[in-house]
Design a protein around this ligand. Structure first.
Ligand code: HEC
Ligand code: HEC
Length: 386
């Protein structure tokens, strides 16, 4: 009997020891949020899929494959420090993201794509249902992702990449499912039109909050999701636990920062930022070498230089919605020396601008896109280009 109790206790403790640390997951997600949106909702552009509510198994596999370089996306890997993540880190952030219940909340709505839903349904039921399931929510245990609620432009781009063998579908390099399919653009539109309705289905699902408690997301999904998202924001992680990647200032979440990699000089970083900005169509509209100017006046100061970037049409979209946002423009990257002599790159995390439900979807998307471009510039600087 005693042995039995000890065995049970060991089991309990080992389960606890292995349980994902959701607070840590939430903290790591802040770097993901810089590109995938504050709630992991993604954007309608092809560049940022929604990751909230993806299955844990899928996320763990994908992140592990980015870590082992089987999949490549330098900006994402370096910003979030995926190359430095431990298995536990990967589990924490994946479990956290998988626990965000996305149904019923307008922030997770995908735009309904144009096309014939009934025809699209036929294609899905005959070709895709077997793996992605009738509901489109995939098979969590087998690492098969949900297509329900995924951004349409991302699905189209991904299928095109499957066809061109730039990404492997179903872990099978020989997979020819998409070769014969969609010879007509209309079929693809019909399929995505159907897929974009799938997140309207309300099926029972358990969501995990950052404090580890679980909620059921059925009829009251709307309020529950809000609770989950709110909990994400108030979850405080007072200890400065180290997590890989760029750090997002803990208290206000207003700043994203990165240190220059070993061997990268300030000059390398500046050159890399300038050329990346040109590639991304971000105009360098201002540059101040503050410490140099002070030195010219005979004053000693830690290194400080500020670079300002702006994409004109993005600026227009944002201020048309609310002129107040002009106060945040242009976007800046500061290069600054800390008391230990280390050089950091810092930028404002624009996500804070969209951290309320009042702004239009278009603005949210624009801000996420600008944030992503600014990060790419910063990552290029920190690594002396990639
Ligand atoms: C610098 C921007 C950026 C950051 C930071 C970022 N991602 Fe991504 N992520 C992307 C882009 C862009 C894609 C789309 C890739 C494509 O389609 O080629 C993507 C795709 C994905 C995908 C889809 C699967 C795949 O193979 O493309 C997953 C899952 C994902 N990211 C998870 C994460 C997680 C988790 C984090 C944080 C630990 C994160 N991302 C941080 C930009 C980013
Ligand atoms: C035999 C099983 C199987 C079938 C059938 C199947 N899929 Fe998949 N699908 C998968 C698996 C496994 C993945 C994850 C692939 C990976 O590792 O990136 C996937 C991934 C995807 C993705 C990428 C999702 C993401 O979040 O990045 C899309 C899009 C997709 N499938 C579309 C389809 C469509 C459309 C059909 C039907 C025409 C279909 N699949 C049929 C197994 C399948």
């Amino acid at each position: 009997m005693r042995l039995f109790i000890i065995a049970v206790l060991c089991l309990v403790f080992s389960v606890q020891a292995n349980a994902a640390n959701l607070k840590k997951g939430a903290k790591m997600n802040k770097t993901c949020a810089l590109c995938h949106g504050a709630w992991g909702q993604g954007t309608t552009g092809a560049k940022s899929p929604r990751i909230a509510g993806m299955t844990r198994g899928f996320l763990v596999r994908i992140l592990s494959e980015y870590r082992s370089k089987k999949r490549k996306n330098a900006g994402m890997v370096l910003t979030s420090g995926i190359h430095r993540m431990s298995d536990k880190n990967i589990d924490d952030v994946s479990t956290y993201l998988a626990g965000i219940d996305l149904r019923g909340d307008p922030r997770f709505d995908v735009d309904h794509a144009k096309g014939d839903k009934a025809k699209g349904r036929k294609i899905f039921m005959s070709e895709c249902k077997g793996c992605h399931k009738k509901t489109g929510y995939g098979k969590p245990k087998k690492g098969i992702p949900a297509l329900a609620g995924q951004q349409t432009a991302y699905i189209i781009r991904t299928i095109e990449r499957f066809k061109a063998r730039k990404r492997i579908h179903d872990d099978d390099p020989e997979d020819d499912l998409f070769d014969e399919m969609f010879p007509k653009k209309q079929d693809m539109m019909d399929l995505t039109a159907f897929l974009s309705t799938l997140d309207d289905i309300k099926e029972q699902r358990v969501a995990t909050l950052p404090d580890g408690s679980q909620i059921l997301g059925k009829r009251k999904a709307k309020t529950k999701v809000k609770a989950a998202v709110k909990a994400t924001k108030v979850a405080k992680a007072p200890t400065e636990e180290d997590v890989p990647g760029a750090s997002v200032n803990e208290i206000t979440q207003t700043v994203a920062k990165m240190q220059l990699e070993v061997g990268i000089t300030k000059e390398d970083a500046i050159t890399a930022m300038r050329s990346r900005a040109v590639e991304l169509n971000m105009k360098l509209v201002g540059e101040q070498h503050v410490s140099k100017a002070l030195k010219d006046r005979g004053e000693k100061a830690p290194y400080l230089a500020i670079f300002q970037f702006c994409n004109l049409s993005d600026a227009k979209t944002i201020i048309t919605n609310n002129p107040l946002y002009a106060a945040y423009m242009p976007c800046r990257v500061a290069m600054v020396e800390d008391p230990e002599g280390r050089i950091w790159l810092m930028m404002l995390n624009l996500d804070i601008l969209v951290d309320n439900t009042m702004v239009s979807k278009k603005v949210v998307e624009t801000v996420i896109n600008v944030n992503q471009k600014m990060l790419e510039i910063m990552v290029a600087g920190a690594n002396g280009a990639f």
